[in-house]
Design a protein around this ligand. Sequence first.
Ligand code: SAM
Length: 161
Amino acid sequence: MSHWPEQPNDIIIKWIKDHSSSLIVADFGCGDARLAKSVKNKVFSFDLISNDPSVIACDMSKTPLDSASVDVAVFCLSLMGTNFPSYLQEANRVLKPKFDPTTGGAEPGKFVKAICELGFTSISKDFSNKMFILFYFKKKEKQISKDVTWPELKPCMYKRR
Ligand SMILES: C[S@@+](CC[C@H](N)C(=O)[O-])C[C@H]1O[C@@H](n2cnc3c(N)ncnc32)[C@H](O)[C@@H]1O
């Protein structure tokens, strides 16, 4: 990552700074909580291990947040577990419903389509970075069923460079 021309966390921090500081953020798999330390917003930082009092140690599939209590859910390089649909389901639970009919129905790539089936709406995709793609989603207004059948998504295979 140190060789990447741009860090995804920096782009997310900029996105949050460009929006309202009143937005409540949940950082799923926050690492050292750099995001929380870089913005004025209230940020709930979650990671399996906490070396910082601001980081809540938990499995991000079961956070202590109330349902419909945050505006933004961030997964920055943290959708690595094989049970990642449960992380997205948790994000769906804690996000406040925000329905914007003008941003629905984005171009259906396979990944985007699968995420949408988990209860999210794709807002946009940013291919401008060489090493990663940024996907923007909003929670769908309709709550997803607990009996949802998870779409098939293949795990990421890291290549030696
Ligand atoms: C590659 S690091 C990214 C850290 C940070 N988001 C960043 O961009 O600098 C992935 C982080 O996700 C955390 N993580 C992975 N699975 C998790 C889980 N099930 N619950 C909580 N944290 C998890 C790891 O402990 C690790 O700190």
